[in-house]
Design a protein around this ligand. Structure first.
Ligand SMILES: Cc1ncc(C[n+]2csc(CCOP(=O)(O)OP(=O)(O)O)c2C)c(N)n1
Ligand SMILES: [Mg+2]
Length: 1014
């Protein structure tokens, strides 16, 4: 179409007047189609009609001298003459002209030339857009790879095809000028229609289906067209074919070997998609050639052992020994099944002779959950290496067809792919599309035509390929790697294959897919097909092929023999992210102590000043923000901290020590509650921002604060992956409100809570979860502390007295995560600093406040952060009750914001000498030692746990048995808090206040529990 417009432009420039006289023939070429209205691409534009008179002008000029017109018009007009039928020829004779049957140099003919060219151009475009729908993608040949019920008949039978576009069989041998949006001509600018169709079918309807025309970037479309349309582009040297065959042998024989040795073990074999191994290796080779030296991969169960063995090159005996039921686990933790473990390996890429590091991330069964984790891990590596555009580090994600279409986290992860603080500059996605998910057919598993349609949201090209054609697979993999290198955007390879056996090796697929599996039984193995092909081409001999097979079989046998000697399995051999120099050579922490987390006064002053000023000239900030900064400055002058300043002190001081800090989550830059303001925005200049935290010290570490997309699952997974890359960074994810974390529950349950136990992999990620009953209704109130506490592994019935050395550090070392609810800004700052100063890493869950952010009582003094101070796991009562503990009648334990309510109420009731209030700042691991000191101090006091939450939620069920353990069940533990309830909080304000009053009454009715005792 654009070619035609250009020609019209040339005509207009020539100044021809409107001479159109003839015809009346309409140019609308769409015939009614039985199944679809004609599409716009098949309809010539109005410009065609209105410019026909110019065409006539050109025609007459051309008749005078062919050189009078542009060469493209020369081709058009030559065609008129060459394509005339005998009748037309007769009409052009003088007699016909005399009889007035047709005007000399008929405009009808001119019009037909234009129409036919347009038709051919439209046809070319139709192949580019929809050719993949008729590509032969299914190796079984029984299903269509896409579920689109519309079959584009215009691209199927040549007769229909020609008629649909207004062309005839006689046009097949006419030459047509090709538009510049196709590369099928190679060096030729014109081609006979027959050849046009032939080449388009070869490019788009063979074993590769290219889906890309939705991409709204012309250069990118041209790039793809050139890669797939150029004649002869998909040719391979003998050496390439032999390498491909060798890789296919390894992939196939590995699965055969496992099947022979452990016929009744689940391994989620790759049979039916053996080509995955050469596919990945091709991507890695091409990427390595382009400069990539680190690849971070994520993949599901299918073919995982094969990838470990033949792509990452994990020692085969370490894989085989995992099948031994007598193998003992040597490491702490519970371990994981063999097809979930991760791996890290540095080696030389044989094709490029360059170093390459391959990491396969450990993952849970939860399909696709690892996607964002891989991305975060890759991003972190790019960040630390200063790899600004992903030229050194890249990620590859593998997917199953059902999971890729069904799991929402795939979509969430795609949406991170181009966000500045989350992009990994292009991920190569490889889908093992075996056209089934467990027992479910694609027709029941998705509503989109392809399982890959989700990738269209980010304009990623999708290369569907028949996995039984290894060369086609190799080609698309190469193009995918080149695409990423050229455009730094995601790309998808859809390996359309089949699953030779059931979902796992124990499953009977005939129960549910009888016909498909009858066909699969007949299906010749891809290795057989490909080796036969290469033998017939003379690329290899049968003997060479058999030798290669025998060679690999022997490698497997030898590894199997040596694996039998292994008695112990070390999960640490399966680490995906080693932290060089952080641990001792044996993988232990270098010490079991934690230095104090306090800071020098000048450091506090310096950070405080930066936090409360705009250190650049002519930066126009909002007057409201100026006020906030002024009040911060007042606080700093008075040596005081509010919550935001406490956080500033933690981040700023860690940055000073070279620790990278990254805070990510929805609206974190300003802070959901408008308290943080880490990014200042100029009120006059667009996109002019300033991050004071990055200007504290000249040699500080960089600070990243980034508003995320509106996702919890992918973003938390991403940050977890980021935190995996290095122990020397404080990585925090903040939920908008704490309860929203449950849309990321999978990351919490499957990675954070037990990652170390499964994969001996530590992680120091911090979750900031705003929490508190403030009358805002069932949502926005509770971050569900009960869930985190229930999943804490410290024993409620066991007082950990055997700990030697530093009780606090030992206990932290032993826990699976740390759960805190700080009541002061200083303690918040300390716990963040402790996170980094600890000699090991544990996830840290912080229930952060909302109203306390601005509460005048919830302030700390610089003294609380002075040198030598540290995080207080428990804050004892230092008021009047503590001076005469023997007369204290009630000892209330609480955590977080309710403390301020309790102290106010106690004062009002004049009970400051009778009631002591203790704050548990670290709830888990439970500070047994400090609690013990308190209960022993207040010997005769009743023990009460007070919380704002309902009795079945909050902290009570965690704290109560531990308090009882501390007092050896000799003193009762009472409850003051809301009654049990289904909803975390009421939606009714007055109910909220009544509940509050009621439990405050309970907390301070000093005879209430006594009566119950009697
Ligand atoms: C989130 C999640 N839901 C359900 C399952 C159970 N499950 C395991 S494999 C599988 C089918 C996966 O099909 P597909 O993605 O096509 O991969 P394939 O097994 O065919 O390679 C299912 C449903 C799971 N592992 N994870
Ligand atoms: Mg599948």
């Amino acid at each position: 179409m654009s070619q035609f417009r250009a020609l019209v432009g040339v005509l207009r420039a020539s100044g021809g007047g409107p001479l159109w006289r003839g015809g009346g023939a309409t140019l609308t070429r769409c015939r009614p189609h039985p199944r679809r209205e004609c599409s716009s691409e098949a309809t010539p534009s109005q410009a065609v009609i209105s410019s026909s008179s110019y065409v006539e002008d050109m025609y007459f000029a051309w008749l005078e001298d062919h050189k009078n017109v542009h060469e493209s018009w020369d081709t058009f007009f030559r065609n008129i003459h060459s394509s005339s039928t005998p009748d037309e020829e007769a009409e052009r004779r003088p007699s016909a002209l005399l009889q007035g049957r047709v005007a000399p140099h008929s405009p009808d003919m001119t019009q037909k030339v234009v129409e036919d060219h347009l038709a051919v151009h439209t046809l070319i475009r139709a192949y580019q857009i929809r050719g993949h729908h008729v590509a032969q993608l299914d190796p079984l040949g029984i299903l269509v790879a896409d579920l689109d019920s519309f079959v584009p008949s215009d691209l199927i039978t040549s007769i229909d095809k020609l008629a649909f576009y207004g062309l005839q069989e006689s046009d097949l041998d006419r030459s047509f000028r090709l538009p510049h949006t196709t590369f099928i001509g190679g060096e030729e600018t014109t081609l006979p229609l027959r050849e046009v169709i032939h080449r388009l079918e070869a490019s788009y309807c063979g074993h590769v289906g290219v889906e890309f025309m939705f991409i709204n970037n012309v250069a990118q479309c041209q790039w793809i067209r050139q890669k797939f349309e150029t004649p002869g582009i998909m040719r391979f040297t003998s050496a390439e074919k032999r390498t491909l065959l060798a890789r296919l042998i390894r992939s196939t024989r590995f699965e055969d070997f496992l099947a022979r040795k452990w016929s009744s073990e689940k391994r989620f074999g790759l049979e039916g998609c053996e080509v995955l191994i050469p596919a990945l290796k091709t991507i890695i080779d091409s990427s390595s050639a382009a400069g990539i030296d680190s690849v971070i991969m994520g993949m599901p169960h299918r073919g995982r052992l094969n990838v470990l063995a033949n792509v990452i090159h994990k020692d085969l005996n370490q894989i085989f020994c995992q099948f031994d039921p007598k193998l003992e686990a040597a490491d702490e933790g519970s371990g994981d099944v063999k097809y979930h473990l991760g791996m890290y390996h540095e080696r030389i890429n044989r094709e490029t002779d360059k170093n390459i590091t391959l990491s396969l991330m450990a993952n849970p069964s939860h399909l696709e959950a690892v996607d964002p984790v891989v991305q975060g891990r890759a991003k972190a590596e790019q960040f630390y290496r200063g790899d600004m555009f992903g030229k050194k580090v890249m990620s590859i994600l593998m997917h199953g067809d059902a999971a890729f279409a069904g799991q929402g986290v795939v979509y969430e992860t795609f949406h991170l792919s181009e966000l500045p603080s989350y992009t990994t500059y292009g991920t190569i996605h490889v889908v093992v599309n075996n056209q089934i998910g467990f027992t479910t057919d694609p027709r029941m598993a998705r509503s989109s035509p392809y399982p890959t349609d989700v990738a269209r949201v980010v304009n990623a090209p999708i290369f569907h390929v028949n996995a039984d054609n290894p060369e086609a697979v190799m080609y698309v993999c190469r193009v995918a790697a080149e695409w990423r290198n050229a455009f730094n955007k995601d790309v998808v390879i859809d390996l359309v294959c089949y699953r030779r056996f059931g979902h796992n090796e124990m499953d009977e697929p005939m129960f549910t897919q009888p016909l498909m599996y009858k066909q699969i039984r007949r299906q010749e193995h891809v290795l057989k097909k490909y080796s036969d092909k290469l033998i017939s081409e003379g690329v290899v001999t049968l003997q060479e092929f058999e030798e290669e097979v025998a060679k690999y079989d022997k490698i497997c046998e030898d590894a199997y023999s040596s694996s039998k000697d292994k008695k112990i399995s070390h999960i640490r051999h399966w680490l995906d992210s080693p932290w060089t120099n952080f641990f001792t050579a044996e993988g232990e922490p270098k010490s079991m102590t934690c230095p104090p987390t306090g800071l020098d006064e000048e450091v506090l002053q310096h950070i405080g000043k930066t936090a409360s000023s705009v250190p650049v000239k002519d930066f126009d900030i909002h007057p409201g923000l100026s006020r906030i900064l002024r009040s911060r400055a007042d606080l700093v002058r008075n040596g005081q901290l509010d919550w935001a300043l406490g956080e500033y002190m933690a981040f700023g001081s860690l940055l000073k020590d070279g620790i990278h800090v990254r805070l990510s989550g929805q609206d974190v830059e300003r802070g959901t509650f408008s308290h943080r303001h880490h990014v200042l925005h100029d009120q006059e200049l667009d996109k002019c921002t300033y991050v004071p935290m990055n200007h504290l010290w000249t040699d500080q570490a960089p600070y990243t604060v980034c508003n995320s997309s509106l996702s919890e699952y992918a973003v938390l997974g991403f940050e977890l992956g980021f935190a995996m890359a290095s122990p020397n960074a404080l990585v925090l994810w903040e939920a908008q409100f704490g309860d929203f974390h449950n849309t990321a529950q999978c990351i919490i349950d499957q990675f954070i809570q037990l990652g170390q136990a499964k994969w001996v992999r530590q992680n120091g990620i911090v979750l900031l979860l705003p929490h508190g009953m403030e009358g805002m209704g069932p949502e926005h109130s509770s971050a569900r502390p009960e869930r985190f506490l229930q999943m804490s592994k410290d024993d409620p019935d066991h007082f950990p007295k055997e700990f030697g050395g530093d009780f606090e550090v030992q206990q932290l070392y032993d826990c699976n995560w740390i759960v805190v609810n700080c009541s002061t800004p200083a303690n918040y700052c300390h716990v963040l600093r402790r996170q980094i100063l600890l000699p090991f890493r544990k996830p840290l869950i912080i229930f952060t406040p909302k109203s306390l952010l601005r509460h005048p009582d919830a302030r700390s003094s610089f003294k609380d952060l002075a040198k030598g101070t540290k995080f207080k796991r428990l804050i004892p009562d230092e008021g009047p009750s503590s001076h005469s503990p023997d007369r204290v009648r009630r000892l209330i334990f609480c955590t977080g914001k309710v403390y301020y309510k309790l102290t106010k109420e106690r004062k009002q009731q004049n009970l400051e000498k009778d009631v002591a209030i203790i704050r548990l700042e670290q709830i888990s691991p439970f500070p047994f030692d400090l609690v013990k000191t308190e209960v022993e101090k207040y010997k005769s006091a009743e023990l009460v746990w007070c919380q704002e939450e309902h009795k079945n939620t909050g902290y009570y069920n965690y704290v109560r048995p531990r308090l009882l353990t501390v007092v050896a069940n000799k003193r009762p533990v009472w409850y003051a808090g809301r009654e049990p309830a289904a909803a975390p909080a009421t939606g009714n304000k007055s109910t909220h206040l009544n509940e509050l009053k009621k439990f405050m009454d309970t907390a301070f009715n000093l005879s209430g529990f006594q009566e119950r005792n009697d």
